[in-house]
Each structure stands twice: as structure tokens, then as C-alpha cells.
Ligand binder design. Structure first.
Ligand SMILES: Nc1ncnc2c1ncn2[C@@H]1O[C@H](COP(=O)(O)O)[C@@H](OP(=O)(O)O)[C@H]1O
Ligand SMILES: [Mg+2]
Length: 429
């Protein structure tokens, strides 16, 4: 199968143009054209310059040519058996180079295309029509996060937020909605939908279909992504994209710009696979793909004994008590806005407005668009984000995550979970 990027198709074309031009049989004076199936065979096995087994000039006594390929050596150069072996090895090397990316993509496709538990089975044959390339999805996700971020920044700098309450959380905190959220959402959604119409996209804000934006993607892939990531195809129906057009809206309204991010996450069969976290006010973007690559890494060390815990400043619940009960009264607690910002606090981010922490804990209800990108980035780098009881979070189906979250990297995540109090019993939520 060919990838949507057209990469393998291009490579096939190159191979075909390297073959001698095909001349119809009649032109060569060979009588009427053979039936179509013979013509096909002719195309796939073109004649050697002087024809296999025949030579233009009778040659004087010469050792028998071992086989036709030896006679096909360019410009009549005769090759010793060793030379032939080298020639063949070179040919194999070129073929391997041309097809290695393509085969890697095919392999990943079969690895990733196992159906979700209980989900519909994808017939292998149908993948041709409905496959998406994760490398392309990553490229457009980065672009969407950046383009959405431009709207977020423009609205904030123009001071025309039009902030209004959109409801309340279960705990009774007011949830804000601004023009920054809506304009960023519109841009991000239509860019992703235009590029991948067959993919399910879940976004924090409602999309106004009467107010469509035509943002087209030129399908170009940034150099850093091209260098680090191989094409990987998966069935479109196994993909769910989660958009958070403005994370830390509360802090955005308070003009605490450092906390604000735009995020895109790609889940395959519910598992977070691609994460993009973009900071619009410092033009910083982190991206990572599981089993692919990233432009971000973990820090070199973490404090496991008395970790600094980063927590919500506006939806904290009883997280501070949980943290102190788990790690002792001396543990440092860092209240901060935004789930994206808090995940970045666990990583190596060279930004002056970025705090550092060792563990991120959230105890109240939270939505999947808030946490999916961070979960994917951590997973790609070998870290973990789970519920407080250690379950993986599935990014399909409902929007909400009920079990709180704990995130860490380069630490014994299981040991951290075992230290946590039983939240159901202690009513720390
Ligand atoms: N109890 C809750 N209910 C609903 N959303 C919550 C929540 N706790 C946190 N969130 C959302 O999760 C994101 C990070 O929260 P926090 O900054 O408090 O850590 C914010 O997203 P948005 O800013 O995208 O709305 C916030 O609204
Ligand atoms: Mg949001």
C-alpha cells in the first residue's frame, strides 16, 4: 500500500524511470503486439541492451558467460564472480535504502492496527482507503497548535477577551470561556479536519458549523519531524484527536500568560501516541510521538524522596493534603495553572517562565483534552500518567477522567502510587 504522503509512490517512479524506455514490439519489427498479459510481463522484465542470451557481434573464443545478468553489466564490462557479487550487493543496498522507510511504515501499521478492546475489528484490506500517516498527523498537529496559539495571543494582546462563564465544575468552580478559546478552537479544528476529514476530533469547545474556516494544509512536513520520525500508517477509524484550544483559561483571564498552552493529542485505539504542547506567548513547542521521536527530553535527575509536587491553583480540591500525607510536610508544593504547563514542569524545558517539579498530581475530575497531549509526551519519553490508582487512561469514548491523575518520569511510578492514600476512603477529592 502507498502512504498518503506519496513517499513510496515517488520512489517507485524513480525506479521505473531508471529502466530503458519501453518500445512497442511492432516498432522493433517484431510483428503484431502480443496480448496484454504478455505486454505486462515485458514491462516488468525489460530486455538487456543486446537481448538476453544474444550478442550484437559474434565474439571470439571466450569463457562462457555464467548467466544473463553478468552479460547485462553496463557497457559490456565483464565482471569476475567477485565483481558480480559486489555489483549485486550494491544493488541490494540501494533497494534496501529505497524501501526501508516504506517497510518500517508497513510494520508499524500492523503493530498499531490491532483493534481496541471490544471495538470493531478493522478489515486489513480496507486500510488502504482509510489509512492515515501519523507523521503527517504530527506535522499538522504542530501547525494547528501554533496557529491556534496565534489567535490566543492576538486576543490577549488586543485585550478583547469577551470572557463569560460557561458553567461550573462539579466542585462549583466557575468555568470561563473567552474569544481566545473560541477563535483558537475554530482555527485548530478546521485545520485538522481539512487535513484528515475521516478522523474523529474531540475538542473542548463547540465548533460552529455556520462559521467554518477554510484553512488548508500544504502537506509539508517540518525538517525536524522529517529527520526524527518515520511514516507510520494506522486506520483512520482507530484515531481520536483531542484538541485543547486554550489550556489554563482561568489564568488567561488573569493575564498569567506563562501558564497558557494550546494542545493537540492523537490517540490510537485509545492510547495516547502523539502529544503537542505549545506556549503561544513564548513561541515554544514541545512534541513527541510514542515509538517515534521528540523534540523534548526528560531532565537528568528527579527528587524521588521528597519530590516537588506541582498541582492545580484553581481546581486544587484536596490535593495539598494528599501530597503532604504522601510525601511529608516538608514536601514542596507548587500551585500552577494548566495541565500542559504542569507536564512541561516535569521535563527539560529551557524557558525562563517555566517552573520545575518532580511529580504532577490532580485529584478532581478533569477532561481528556486537558491531559491527553501531556500523557502522550510523557509516554513517548518513558514516563507515566495514570489515574491515582495506577490505571492507564483511555482516550476514546467519554470526555472525562474520573480517577484523578499522577504523572512522573524517570521515577518508580508504581511505588509513588502505592504511597498515595486511598482517596475513596479518605475523601480527599
Ligand atoms: N474539576 C475540574 N472540572 C473540570 N475541568 C477541570 C477540573 N479541574 C481542572 N480542569 C481543567 O483542566 C485544565 C487544567 O486545570 P488546572 O489549571 O486547574 O490544573 C483546565 O482546563 P482549561 O483551562 O482548558 O479549561 C481546567 O479547566
Ligand atoms: Mg481549554
Amino acid at each position: 500500500m502507498l502512504s498518503a504522503s506519496g513517499g513510496p509512490r515517488l520512489r517507485l517512479t524513480r525506479i521505473q524511470t531508471a529502466l530503458p524506455p519501453h518500445r512497442p514490439a511492432e516498432e522493433r519489427g517484431a510483428g503484431p503486439a502480443p496480448p496484454p498479459h504478455q505486454q505486462q510481463r515485458e514491462r516488468s522484465a525489460p530486455a538487456a541492451p543486446w537481448g538476453c542470451g544474444e550478442r550484437p557481434v559474434p565474439l571470439p573464443a571466450r569463457p562462457a558467460v555464467p548467466s544473463c545478468p553478468a552479460a547485462m553489466a553496463p557497457m559490456g564490462i565483464r565482471l569476475s564472480p567477485l565483481g558480480m557479487a559486489v555489483f549485486c550487493l550494491l544493488g541490494l543496498g540501494v533497494l534496501y535504502h529505497l524501501y526501508s522507510g516504506f517497510l518500517a511504515g508497513r510494520f508499524a501499521f500492523f503493530m498499531l492496527s490491532e483493534p481496541a478492546a471490544g471495538g470493531p475489528e478493522t478489515p486489513r484490506g480496507s486500510a488502504l482507503a482509510g489509512a492515515v500517516d501519523l507523521r503527517e498527523l504530527l506535522a499538522v498537529s504542530v501547525l494547528a497548535a501554533v496557529r491556534g496559539g496565534e489567535e490566543v495571543k492576538r486576543v490577549r494582546e488586543g485585550n478583547v477577551l469577551n470572557a463569560k462563564a460557561k458553567g461550573k465544575t462539579r466542585e462549583g468552580a466557575e468555568e470561563q470561556l473567552t474569544s481566545g478559546d473560541l477563535l483558537s478552537n475554530r482555527r485548530m479544528f478546521y485545520l485538522l479536519k481539512g487535513a484528515f476529514p475521516a478522523v474523529q476530533i474531540n475538542s473542548e469547545e463547540r465548533v460552529d458549523t455556520a462559521d467554518q474556516e477554510t484553512v488548508s494544509w500544504d502537506r509539508s512536513i517540518p525538517e525536524d519531524i522529517k529527520q526524527k520520525i518515520q511514516p507510520k500508517e494506522v486506520p483512520a477509524e482507530s484515531v481520536t484527536v483531542w484538541i485543547d484550544p486554550l489550556d489554563a483559561t482561568q489564568e488567561y483571564t488573569e493575564d498569567l500568560r506563562q501558564y497558557v498552552t494550546t494542545m493537540v493529542c492523537v490517540a490510537v485505539n485509545g492510547k495516547p501516541v502523539i502529544g503537542v504542547i505549545h506556549k503561544p506567548f513564548s513561541a515554544y513547542t514541545a512534541w513527541a510521538m510514542v515509538d517515534g521521536g521528540s523534540n523534548i527530553k526528560a531532565r537528568s535527575s528527579y527528587n524521588e524522596k521528597t519530590p516537588r509536587i506541582i498541582v492545580s491553583r484553581s481546581h486544587a480540591g484536596k490535593v495539598e493534603q494528599v501530597a503532604r500525607q504522601t510525601f511529608g510536610n516538608k514536601t514542596v508544593i507548587i500551585p500552577a495553572g494548566g495541565a500542559g504547563y504542569k507536564v512541561l514542569a516535569l521535563l527539560d524545558v529551557a524557558e525562563k517562565n517555566q517552573e520545575e517539579a518532580d511529580v504532577y498530581i490532580h485529584v478532581t475530575y478533569i477532561k481528556k483534552w486537558d491531559i491527553c497531549a501531556g500523557n502522550a509526551v510523557l509516554r513517548a519519553l518513558g514516563g507515566h500518567m495514570t489515574t491515582l490508582t495506577g490505571e492507564e487512561i483511555s482516550y476514546t469514548g467519554s470526555d472525562g477522567n474520573e480517577g484523578g491523575l499522577i504523572a512522573s518520569i524517570n521515577m518508580n511510578h508504581k511505588a509513588l502510587i502505592e504511597k498515595l492514600p486511598d482517596l475513596e476512603k479518605t475523601s480527599h477529592k
